[in-house]
Design a protein around this ligand. Structure first.
Ligand SMILES: [Zn+2]
Length: 409
């Protein structure tokens, strides 16, 4: 185990108290960005006053942050859908794209045709790309299997991916993603329930939309999650308003994700609940969706979270700094609000906020050194500000032009 001292940082992002499971967004301004040192030892954060260490890091002029936690991706997937993206932006209607075999069906075909080795090779390379952009823990979902066997395979490959990547990874069973050919939504829910009971996954998820599943299916998934002791996640209010938020809250959902068209009457109950609002500005941009009432949610004290929604259809974006930049611009969020949403609160969604997600003594030493102040994360939009990444205290990625900062002693 390496000991590391990040010395003389211009800013160290820390929560206002130790041991917070999450911090509601009306308190985001209490996060501190003071100058200081950060010491890592034995894979853990030891403290905030420098001394002798195996690795000395010159953090002058830079911010030190906890690693980003991407709590909503669709890894592992196979292939991409760039041609479809071009058709979409040049005005081809979605139903025409879908009739031509595009959409989720296209990703499902690629997934079925790819070998296990090919799926894992692509996903492993993408996990390294996430790491280089500062993501030190993430979640992935099933959902491109679209058959009983395919979804069971997706869950198994998710676990195999988790065993291969540097980052801790959660696997979510999005067994109710699209209604497979030959099924009604009701009939597919029987299959989804069997998958949920049989497969080794950490959480359950469902896509509620007019052409996918309804609120009654969300309630059924909630009952399955409760019965099997899994967290409930839900894709809701992305393309239309279905009033799914109250249903998700009734079933104790850990998060409601997307929320682009959530009803404003649901803001206060969501903000008061122990349920995260997971906002996905990458999907909103790339899929030309509405922006959710993010400013209102933050002011009302919601547990705000940002994630990439990394997937080959609606959000082929791997970079959490880009997502933070979009949130600050589109939502009117402060830098602290965006960083809170990308770290501690995201860790809480994955049930990991006692272990990672903030710089506190004893937590896992997942730490980022940036190449400038924290405000550059959203401001230098499109630039990757991550100079070095420490995962469980080990330097796992150092940007070549910043290597002079990291010195073995
Ligand atoms: Zn998603």
């Amino acid at each position: 185990m390496t000991s590391v001292c990040l010395r003389g940082a211009a800013q160290v992002l820390r929560p206002p108290e130790v041991g917070l499971p999450f911090l509601r967004h009306d308190r985001a301004a209490e996060l501190t960005l003071e100058p200081g040192d950060v010491v890592l030892d034995g894979g853990r954060i030891e403290g905030f006053s420098g001394g002798a260490a195996d690795v000395q890091v010159d953090a002058s002029g830079c911010a030190v942050l906890p690693g980003f936690v991407d709590c909503h991706t669709h890894l592992p997937f196979a292939g991409w859908r760039a041609e479809e993206y071009e058709r979409k932006v040049t005005g081809v209607p979605y139903d025409e794209i879908a009739r031509a075999g595009g959409g989720i069906a296209s990703s499902a075909r690629s997934f079925a045709e790819a070998s296990d080795a090919d799926v894992l090779a692509q996903a492993e390379a993408l996990a390294r790309e996430l790491l280089a952009h500062g993501t030190t823990a993430f979640e992935g979902k099933t959902g491109y299997g679209l058959s009983r066997d395919g979804e069971a395979r997706a869950a198994r490959l998710g676990r195999e991916l988790a065993a291969r990547v540097v980052q801790p990874m959660r696997v979510t069973g999005l067994f109710a993603h699209a209604v497979p050919p030959g099924f009604t939504a009701d009939a597919w829910m029987d299959e989804a329930e069997a998958l949920a009971r049989d497969c080794d996954v950490d959480a359950l998820d469902i896509f509620v939309e007019s052409f996918a599943f309804g609120n009654e299916h969300l309630a059924r998934m909630g009952a399955i999650a409760r019965d099997t002791g899994r967290a409930l996640r839900a894709h809701v209010e992305q393309l239309a308003t279905h009033r799914s938020v109250p249903v998700a809250l009734e079933w104790g959902a850990r998060s409601v994700d997307h929320l682009s068209l959530m009803h404003l009457d649901d803001v206060a109950p969501l903000a008061a609940a122990e349920c995260a609002a997971v906002l996905l500005p990458g999907a909103e941009l790339m899929n030309a969706e509405h922006a959710p009432p993010a400013r209102t949610l933050a002011d009302a004290g919601a547990i705000g979270v940002l994630a990439t929604d990394f997937n080959p259809g609606t959000s082929p974006i791997a970079s959490m700094p880009v997502i933070a930049g979009l949130a600050v611009r589109r939502y009117g969020w402060s830098v602290r609000e965006a960083l809170l949403a990308a770290t501690l609160n995201a860790a809480w969604v994955l049930g990991w906020s006692d272990e990672l997600g903030s710089l506190e003594p004893g937590k896992r030493a997942d730490v980022l050194l940036l190449d400038g102040p924290a405000g550059h994360v959203p401001y230098r939009f499109g630039h990757n500000p991550v100079a070095a990444v420490f995962a469980a205290g080990e330097p796992v990625w150092v940007r070549p032009d910043q290597a002079w900062r990291v010195r073995q002693t």
